[in-house]
Design a protein around this ligand. Structure first.
Ligand code: ATP
Ligand code: MN
Length: 465
């Protein structure tokens, strides 16, 4: 069986072959029928022509509705039609599964993304969603390729965890308790000593802390796996279950971290442009006519690099000069809102910008304290159209400082004994970052809703398929 994308690019007239896939359209002429068949390997399908001479012609054609699964055997010929190089002259057609053309939900018209989400089991057969998932696959491949070429080891960090990495809450609890009858202790609270792990367990929000463990053995590692957030934010950029990429590098400072993040994004974009050219062309035409320009901008421009303090001044100046109004107030110390991040990336720099050295008060305890005692060695990569796409930092490698930061964050030092041990035995300057994988796919494709870049989105009140 030959996949359609190869036939379309390298198939030679005269070749005999069999393709298998699903019928996209069928158009009957007098003595023959045009069938467009798609197997998901490319945006374009293969056009086949079945003449009256094929076995059981009338009956076969009657069974070929949109959505039916078929195999067509035939000979390739140069195509007189526009838009394709070759077409398939059928000699035999086999129908695997018919499709009721009346009730098949994917009719030949544009469906809204909202509607397509309701048919999550079929939407991947549409042009847009299939292009998204091919690009998603290419992104994942590019990510592994990038790290593997540089001798990073891929580490599988756990999904079940007892630690709340960010100290931020918003985690899903995992339990074997019968929720209608939870064992309680003397205080009337849930008695976790009777639960599966003997203590509260959660779905992980990040693999970073475990990645740090592995970086202290392998120098450079990365994680790439699912993470979970129980935040009830029904936005176009948040999922309850999403994939995260987290490289962690020993003997690396903030500068090295920024260099890696920039090279990383450039590699992914180049890879996708090379391997998904038709899909990217499609997004540019149909979804967002800036995606190709943006991709070239990422690949060819040097990312801007500014400190948080400089970023706040830029925002304040924009407000003073009347160039921009924001919904949320701006002053040193704020956690920048997406409107602020987007102003910097889209309007001020018109390219990705890396903001560094954030106030200690708005960042996590593990980020390395700067000498000014006010800021930490954090970095966020802000991208046009999206805002924050990467968040990272140099980690606090000094034992006493880290102990102090854990206490100040109101966390329990005992819970982090192993994390602190890494600072006791062979500690090194190290750094890493996290990339929300779906945010990346959104950014590349121009898709506005994060629910449309993951095959099966999990969001509040939504757990179908
Ligand atoms: P945001 O402010 O957008 O909620 P965050 O500060 O909570 O992001 P981090 O904790 O830094 O995000 O997580 C690392 C990366 O994971 C983010 O830069 C983002 O790309 C992605 N991310 C975070 N939360 C989600 C989510 N709920 N759904 C999808 N991606 C997410
Ligand atoms: Mn968040």
């Amino acid at each position: 069986m030959t996949r359609i994308k190869h036939i379309l690019t390298t198939g030679q007239p005269g070749e005999t072959l069999t393709v298998k896939g699903w019928v996209r359209t069928k158009r009957a002429a007098k003595k023959f029928t045009f069938i467009e068949i798609n197997d998901g390997s490319s945006m374009a399908g293969l056009q086949a022509i079945a003449g009256e001479d094929i076995p059981d012609y009338a009956n076969s054609m009657a069974r070929l509705n949109t959505g039916a699964s078929i195999a067509i055997t035939g000979t390739l010929a140069e195509s007189p039609g526009k838009g394709q190089r070759v077409e398939l002259q059928a000699t035999a057609i086999e129908v695997f599964g018919e499709s009721d053309g009346e009730t098949y939900p994917l009719q030949k018209k544009r469906h809204s993304f909202e509607f397509l989400r309701e048919i999550g089991h079929l939407r991947s057969r549409t042009n847009t969603l299939s292009a998204v998932f091919r690009v998603r696959n290419a992104c994942a491949t590019a990510i592994h390729q990038f790290f593997q070429q540089q001798d990073f080891l891929w580490m599988h960090t756990p999904i079940l965890t007892a630690s709340d990495c960010e100290g931020a809450g918003e985690m899903f609890t995992v339990t074997r308790f019968n929720l209608d009858n939870i064992p309680t202790n003397k205080e009337g609270k849930a008695d976790y000593s009777q639960d599966f792990f003997g203590k509260p367990a959660y779905l992980t929000v990040s693999g970073q802390l475990e990645a740090e463990i592995m970086a202290m053995a392998f120098t450079n590692v990365y994680t790439f796996g699912p993470t979970f957030r129980a935040e009830n934010s029904n936005t176009s950029r948040h999922l309850a279950e999403f994939w995260m990429v987290e490289p962690e590098m020993a003997f690396c400072d903030l500068e090295g971290n920024m260099d890696l993040a920039e090279a990383f994004l450039k590699h992914i974009f180049s890879y996708v442009l090379e391997h998904c050219a038709d899909d990217m062309e499609f997004f540019n035409q149909r979804i967002d006519n800036t995606v190709l320009e943006t991709a070239h901008n990422i690949i060819n421009s040097e990312f801007a690099r500014i400190t948080y303090t400089e970023a706040i001044s830029l925002l304040e100046t924009a407000i003073e000069k009347g160039k921009k109004t924001f919904e949320y107030p701006v002053s040193w110390g704020i956690d920048m809102q997406s409107e602020h991040e987007r102003y910097l990336a889209e309007e001020h720099f018109k390219k990705p910008v890396i903001v560094t050295d954030y106030p200690i008060g708005i960042k996590s305890f593990y980020m390395r304290l700067n000498d000014d005692n006010k800021t930490v060695a954090a970095m966020d990569v802000l991208a046009p159209g999206i805002g924050e796409i990467i968040g990272g930092s140099q980690r606090e490698e000094r034992l006493e400082m880290l102990e102090r930061r854990i206490e100040e964050a109101g966390l329990n030092k005992e819970d982090y004994w192993w994390y602190l041990d890494l600072r006791r035995y062979g500690t090194v300057p190290h750094a890493g970052f996290g990339l929300g994988f779906e945010r990346l796919v959104q950014f590349i494709t121009g898709m506005t809703n994060i629910r449309d870049v993951i095959p099966f989105p999990r969001t509040p009140d939504n757990l179908d398929f």
